[in-house]
Design a protein around this ligand. Structure first.
Ligand code: CA
Length: 524
C-alpha cells in the first residue's frame, strides 16, 4: 500500500473510527495472530496500576512535561489505547469498577466513603477458579479486606509515601522505605520467591504514587528543581459560559492548594531522621526563597503550578523507574515472553488545566485513563488503538486473556480483540459517566453524561444545567454549546444516547442512586 492509499485509508478510518493497530502492520505480514485463548499457553497477567496518573504526564501520550522511558517501552513493544475512560473519576469507585466489571451504581461503590462489598463476584475470584494464582500488592483503598486473592499485602487506606504500614491476612507491619520502592520490592519478592511456578499468575501491583500530597522519593528529590514547566493554556480559566458547577468547585491552585501541606513549606511527617535530613536539604531552600519574597495573585498561581509539577512529576519518575526494575526482572527470569503487562491508573488528573488539581469531572483531563498493553506475540508493537474503552472492560479482559468465561452480569467487554489489532464492527460508539460524591471534598456537583467520538453531553442534575462540547473544534472544552441552535440536533441525539446507556447499564433512576445507596435517615 503506497502513501496515497494510506492517506485514503486514514481518512476512511477517521470516518468510521475503530481502526486499531499500527497501519504499518497492514503493509506487511502481521507478526501476531488472533489465536484462540484455548490453543495457546495461558499468559500471566501483570497489572501495574497507579493513582491519579494523568495520560498527559506520560511521554508515550505526548507529554510536554516529562519523560517516562519505561512506560514508553511498554507502548513501543505493545499497544497504546488513546481513548480509555473511567466511569466515575475518583479513586475507590474506579477500583471497585475494575474488580466487578460494573459501573458504580451497579457495584454499589459510588464514592470514596463506601466500604466495598467483597462478597460480590469479581474477576480475581473467577480467575482463581480458573486456576490462576491471584495477588495484590499496594493500594487497595476499599476498606473491607481483599477477597479473591491468594496473596494480598495492601496499604492501609490511602497509605503514606514513606514507611508504609502494610496490611495482610497476618496483620499489619510497618516497612521502612519509600512506598513506591517498598511495594515494588514486595511484588518482586512474590514473583521470585512466593508464588507457585506451576500456575499462571495475575499480579496487581498498585502504587500510591502519584496521589496527593505528591512526596518524591529519596532518589527523585529535587530532580526537577531547575526545570521551568510549560503552563497549560487553561491555567487561568474563568469558567465563563459553562455550568455554574465549574465555578463552584474547591480545587483551584489559586484558592485551595495549600502552600504548607501540598507544596511543603512545612515538613510532611512520617519520615525517619535520615529521610527527613535528605528532605530538608531540598525543601528548606525552597521555603526560605518563598518567605523572602512571597509571590501573590497570578504570580502565586504560577509559583504553585511549578512547585506542584516538580513534586507530582518526580513521584511519576519514581513509578517509572520502579516499573523498569519489574520489566528487567521479567526479562531476566524468562517470564516476559508469556506475561501480559498492562500499565494504567485509576483516572486522569488536572495538571493546572482549568486552574485545577484533583479529578472528579467528566472533562477530558480527569475522564481519560492511561492504558498501555504489552502482550508478546499478540499486540502489534508500537501500535495505537482509538476505540472507546472503559474501566468496566478491564475485568472482562483479564478473564478473556485467561480463557475464562466473562459473566453476563459484567457490563464491560473484553478488549483482547482490540489488543490483537482487530477492529470489531459492532464496537461501542459512546461511553457513560456518573460522578456522585457531593457535597464532599472539592465540592464538585453530581453529574452524569455521555461521550461519543466527537461530542460530550453532561447533566449537572442538582442544578439542572447542561453542557455540550464539540471535542473536535474545542478539545479544551471551553465553549458550552448546549443552548447553541446549531447543535440542537446533536443535543437531541446525545440525550437519546444517554438515556439508552442508562437503560443498558440499569441506572434508570440516576438522580436517585445516592438515596438508594445511602437511604435518607427517617428522623433527619
Ligand atoms: Ca485516584
Amino acid at each position: 500500500m503506497g502513501r496515497t492509499t494510506h492517506a485514503i485509508f486514514l481518512s476512511l478510518a477517521a470516518g468510521y473510527l475503530l481502526a486499531c493497530g499500527n497501519l504499518a502492520v497492514v503493509d506487511s505480514q502481521p507478526e501476531h495472530s488472533a489465536e484462540p485463548a484455548a490453543e495457546r499457553e495461558r499468559p500471566n497477567i501483570l497489572f501495574v496500576f497507579t493513582d491519579d496518573h494523568a495520560p498527559h504526564a506520560i511521554s508515550a501520550y505526548g507529554s510536554v512535561l516529562n519523560e517516562t522511558p519505561n512506560i514508553d517501552r511498554l507502548a513501543n513493544e505493545g499497544m497504546l489505547f488513546t481513548r480509555t475512560f473511567c466511569g466515575n473519576s475518583i479513586c475507590a469507585p474506579s477500583r471497585a469498577t475494575i474488580l466487578t466489571g460494573k459501573h458504580s451504581h451497579a457495584n454499589g461503590h459510588i464514592d470514596n466513603g463506601s466500604e466495598f462489598d467483597g462478597s460480590q463476584e469479581t474477576f480475581p475470584k473467577l480467575l482463581r477458579a480458573a486456576g490462576y494464582q491471584t495477588a495484590i500488592v499496594g493500594k487497595w483503598h476499599l476498606r473491607s479486606a481483599p477477597t479473591g486473592f491468594d496473596h494480598w499485602e495492601v496499604l492501609k487506606g490511602q497509605g503514606p509515601y514513606y514507611n508504609p504500614p502494610i496490611r495482610s491476612a497476618e496483620g499489619t507491619e510497618v516497612i521502612e522505605g519509600y512506598t513506591t520502592e517498598v511495594l515494588t520490592d514486595m511484588g518482586l519478592d512474590w514473583l521470585q520467591n512466593q508464588r507457585d511456578p506451576d500456575k499462571p499468575f495475575m499480579l496487581m501491583l498498585q502504587h500510591k504514587a502519584p496521589h496527593r500530597r505528591w512526596q518524591p522519593g529519596p532518589r527523585e528529590l529535587g530532580m526537577y528543581d531547575d526545570v521551568q514547566f510549560l503552563e497549560p493554556a487553561t491555567l487561568f480559566d474563568d469558567y465563563e459560559g459553562r455550568s455554574s458547577a465549574a465555578g463552584m468547585q474547591e480545587m483551584t491552585l489559586r484558592d485551595h492548594m495549600s502552600t504548607d501541606l501540598d507544596l511543603k513549606l512545612k515538613d510532611p511527617g512520617g519520615m525517619n531522621p535520615e529521610q527527613l535530613a535528605a528532605w530538608k536539604k531540598i525543601y528548606d531552600p525552597k521555603r526560605e526563597a518563598f518567605e523572602a519574597d512571597p509571590p501573590t495573585g497570578d504570580d502565586l498561581v504560577r509559583w504553585k503550578y511549578q512547585r506542584y509539577m516538580q513534586d507530582y512529576l518526580a513521584c511519576i519518575e519514581g513509578v517509572d523507574h520502579q516499573l523498569g526494575r519489574v520489566l528487567d526482572y521479567l526479562d531476566e527470569s524468562g517470564l516476559a515472553d508469556n506475561t501480559v503487562v498492562i500499565y494504567s491508573s485509576d483516572q486522569g488528573f488536572y495538571l493546572g488545566d482549568h486552574g485545577w488539581y484533583d479529578k472528579r469531572w467528566m472533562y477530558e483531563e480527569s475522564l481519560r485513563m492511561p492504558f498501555i498493553v504489552r502482550w508478546p506475540g499478540q499486540t502489534p508493537a508500537g501500535s495505537n488503538c482509538d476505540a472507546l474503552c472503559q474501566n468496566i472492560d478491564f475485568g472482562p479482559t483479564f478473564l478473556d486473556l485467561a480463557g475464562a468465561e466473562v459473566p453476563d452480569a459484567m457490563q464491560g467487554v473484553s478488549l483482547t480483540p482490540l489488543m490483537q489489532g482487530e477492529s470489531p464492527e459492532d464496537w461501542r460508539s459512546s461511553i457513560y459517566y456518573h460522578y456522585y460524591e457531593y457535597p464532599a471534598v472539592h465540592m464538585v456537583n453530581r453529574h452524569y453524561g455521555v461521550r461519543t467520538e466527537r461530542h460530550k453531553l453532561i447533566h449537572y442534575y442538582q442544578l439542572d444545567e447542561w453542557e455540550l462540547f464539540d471535542l473536535e473544534l474545542d478539545p479544551d472544552e471551553l465553549t458550552n454549546r448546549a443552548d447553541d441552535p446549531a447543535y440542537s440536533a446533536v443535543r437531541a441525539e446525545l440525550k437519546t444516547e444517554l438515556t439508552r446507556l442508562q437503560e443498558l447499564y440499569g441506572e434508570t433512576d440516576p438522580e436517585g442512586t445516592v438515596d438508594r445507596i445511602y437511604p435518607p435517615k427517617k428522623d433527619a
